[in-house]
Design a protein around this ligand. Structure first.
Ligand code: ARG
Length: 582
């Protein structure tokens, strides 16, 4: 059990010794530190239950708490609020425990198996700003859940199967009609053929092909035919499609690498396709499919709905399977191959309705056990200063690569040429840029939209990624300079700032749990900033390295080391790398 939970359990025991039973204690950190650091608010509730005056009850509880050396300055305020202050001795103990093992104050949760679906990049199409938030939030949630003991698998869930790919293949056919892929008589091994096309070409072909498909009926029809040839694994077309996926996937991986985003599974929509027949059978047998204008649909509405709930389009009138059905087939695949307890979808809030349709369709057919949780974790958009989703200057879609470059051009100006060698400059600026982007993205509650403000994000001062990196690197260099001093334990706590750091460190477990519960990283981001600025206050108040009192110096170094480890842990959860220097 984490230190903080143990403390709260013990307070509960004291309340019981005073003669009162409570289910869950109402204990909060206080914002009136002069009165107490924690406030216990149960006396008022207990007064009703035990028909007594709340102050009497509070007094009895206080006299029990007084027996515990960890608590000092116990006092009662107002009708019966109990103020509790923690003794310095206890804070020292807590810090020392965290120094010897950070996880003494982090509770492990149950070992649930969770699949997190947070990629969604589309093959042959450049990753763009729309993919930024799912990568940032999904990766951080995955790391958080792993840290807290879940058995997590992150899945890239590539968009590698839809109609657009048929058009890309068609466009390649128009450009290179003589490629063996289009030659019915070709007998060679396709996997040994090389394609005269790079990823950059694909990114150009995609918009051209989509545009033509919109404007030209004939082209549209040709594209559709090719899509179904691919989906039916027809020789040549299918092999070319596989090549396209392979080329594009390599580039997609590179961009995700830039964002420190690592997937455990690189499955795509096409991998779910082989489950479609089985899926179809399940829904047929359950009599859930209805014909409607040549299509097949599932009615997912409920009587209690007070907003219209459109049916889920299962098979389109042209015979192809819809995006929703692909998700259903993926759920069946995940159940068969991984049998997860939960599936989390870190996908734009604008897809909420379709996830509701999908989840309802799952429950109607009991596609997975009813206790398997399916959770859509929606997020808002990153907007430009005009309040609309962020675009390039000429109104186009900004690719993630250009976005990262843009921020890097800003962070490179802030790299200190005296500490960072010329040949490390680019790489460092990249780390700082990613920190700037990620931190700004994770700081607001995920559901809210935010505005892209490059100078603010890249600033070395304020609530920013660069500020956190700069401060963390400074802690590390302080520890490095004191390397030869053996640091073992905190012996003394010397001032208010140090105690406040201790109190904040005590909250680590609650912050992590809360983030996991809300599935948003804002509490962790906020906590990192608070801890770092409090430490910086301490740093400016004290001259650690030149301190003459050896016990004090050792205590300060241990304190620094604990804060540094917590920063590294939390930055890592947020997916932020700490460069050597900056
Ligand atoms: N490829 C999709 C898109 O670009 C996102 C996929 C999200 N995940 C899912 N399971 N549907 O919109």
């Amino acid at each position: 059990m984490s230190i903080i939970k143990k403390m709260k359990e013990d307070i509960k025991k004291h309340v019981e010794e005073a003669g009162y039973i409570v289910d869950t204690l109402s204990i909060e950190t206080s914002n009136r530190r002069d009165l107490g650091e924690y406030q216990l608010n149960d006396a008022m509730q207990l007064a009703k239950k035990y028909h007594d005056n709340p102050r009497n009850i509070a007094e009895k509880i206080v006299s029990e708490l007084k027996k515990d050396e960890r608590f000092t300055n116990l006092n009662i305020a107002g009708p019966g609020f109990i103020n509790i202050t923690l003794s310095e001795k206890y804070i020292v103990e807590v810090l020392n425990e965290m120094h010897s093992n950070l996880f003494s104050n982090i509770d492990k949760h149950s070992e649930k198996k969770v699949i997190i679906d947070y990629g969604g990049a589309n093959v042959a199409k450049a990753l763009h700003v729309g993919h930024l938030r799912s990568a940032n939030i999904g990766e951080a949630l995955k790391r958080l859940a792993k840290t807290l003991g879940y058995n997590v698998l992150g899945d890239a869930h590539l968009g590698d199967y839809g109609r657009p790919l048929g058009f890309v293949v068609l466009e390649i056919k128009k450009m290179y009609p003589d490629l063996p892929y289009f030659d019915q008589k070709y007998n060679g091994d396709y996997s040994e053929l090389s394609l005269p096309i790079t990823n950059a070409d694909l990114e150009k072909i995609y918009p051209v092909a989509s545009k033509k498909a919109k404007e030209d009926e004939l082209y549209l029809e040709e594209g559709r035919i090719i899509t179904s040839k691919i989906q039916n694994h027809e020789k040549g077309y299918y092999d070319l499609w596989k090549k396209v996926v392979e080329i594009s996937k390599k580039d997609i991986k590179n961009v995700y690498d830039l964002l420190n985003t690592e997937f455990d599974l690189w499955l795509g929509e096409s991998d779910a396709a082989e489950y479609f027949d089985e899926l179809n059978e399940i829904y047929e047998n359950a009599h859930l499919l209805k014909s409607s204008e040549g299509a097949k649909i599932i009615d997912v509405s409920k009587e209690e709905d007070n907003a219209p709930m459109p049916p889920l389009l299962f098979i389109k009138s042209n015979g192809t399977i819809s995006y929703e059905t692909t998700d259903l087939a993926t759920i069946l695949q995940r159940k068969k191959e991984f049998n997860p307890d939960e599936i989390w979808y870190v996908v734009d809030g604008r897809q909420s309705l379709r996830f509701e349709q999908i989840f309802r369709a799952v429950r109607l057919a009991h596609l997975v056990d009813d206790d398997v949780k399916l959770i859509h974790i929606p997020f808002g958009t990153m907007n430009g200063s005009d309040g609309k989703p962020f675009k390039t200057r000429d109104g186009g879609v900004m690719t993630l690569k250009s976005l990262i470059e843009l921020v890097k051009d800003e962070t490179i100006k802030r790299i200190n040429p005296e500490t960072v060698a010329e040949d490390k400059k680019e790489e460092t600026a990249k780390d700082v840029a990613i920190a700037a982007l990620k931190y700004a993205d994770l700081l607001p509650f995920r559901g809210t939209d935010y505005v892209f403000e490059i100078e603010k994000f890249a600033d070395l001062e304020g609530k920013t990624g660069p500020y956190l990196l700069y401060s963390t690197i400074r802690m590390r260099s302080l520890l490095k300079k004191a390397e030869e001093i053996k640091i073992d334990k905190i012996k003394i706590i010397n001032g208010e700032t140090e105690k406040n750091i201790g109190l904040l460190l005590l909250e680590l477990d609650s912050v992590l749990s809360k983030s996991l519960e809300t599935k948003s990283l804002n509490d962790i981001a906020e906590y990192l900033y608070n801890l770092t600025s409090l430490y910086n206050k301490f740093y400016s108040e004290n001259k650690v390295l030149t301190e003459k009192n050896a016990e004090l110096k050792e205590s300060w170094l241990v304190l620094t080391s604990v804060v540094y480890s917590v920063n590294i842990l939390l930055l890592n959860i947020l997916g932020i790398n700490v460069p050597e220097k900056m």
